[in-house]
Design a protein. Structure first.
Length: 167
């Protein structure tokens, strides 16, 4: 990417244009902020646009293509560069330390639904065996589950399913 920016800069200079600065903007998404930090470290102005801040006409259904999205972002960004602040808003680019500080919350946001999925799966397996009062969230749930299996309340097939669900 940086090679491409340098090539465009040299083409502009060869065409007799003066290049005072290189400015890049992209829509916030999965790419995160590493790209903006990487570009800023190489003397490129980088901005991250809030996706919800770009005005889109709600009256007409329009095709969603990369070309149309790029044109819309480019118009909004150029308006923002001219000083028209209502065109779009920029996301603050956090430092690496600020981004790392958010990691525990993001991890928790991923783990809680996963735990819920596993607990629901265990409850469903036990319900098929007629056990409805079992609470997998309790601390001693593993011990109570072993007692249940030893008493052969759980059929063999459910025992195998439970071991897969817990792992």
């Amino acid at each position: 990417m940086f090679r491409l920016l340098r090539r465009w800069r040299s083409e502009a200079i060869q065409a007799g244009r003066e290049v005072r600065r290189i400015v890049v903007a992209y829509e916030a998404g999965r790419d995160g902020f590493w790209l903006a930090r990487w570009l800023q470290a190489r003397a490129v102005e980088a901005y991250v646009i809030h996706p919800s801040s770009v005005a889109v006409s709600r009256e007409h259904r329009r095709a969603k293509t990369d070309r149309l999205d790029t044109e819309l972002l480019m118009r909004a960004f150029l308006g923002w560069l001219r000083g028209e602040k209502r065109h779009c808003s920029m996301a603050a680019i956090p430092t690496i330390n600020e981004e790392e500080a958010r990691r525990p919350n993001r991890e928790r946001d991923n783990l809680v639904p996963e735990r819920t999925r596993i607990v629901n799966r265990i409850k469903a397996i036990l319900a098929r065996s007629g056990i409805r009062a079992f609470k997998p969230n309790l601390r001693k749930a593993a011990e109570k589950l072993e007692v249940c299996i030893r008493r052969k309340v759980c059929p063999y097939r459910n025992e195998a399913e439970l071991s897969c669900a817990v792992i």
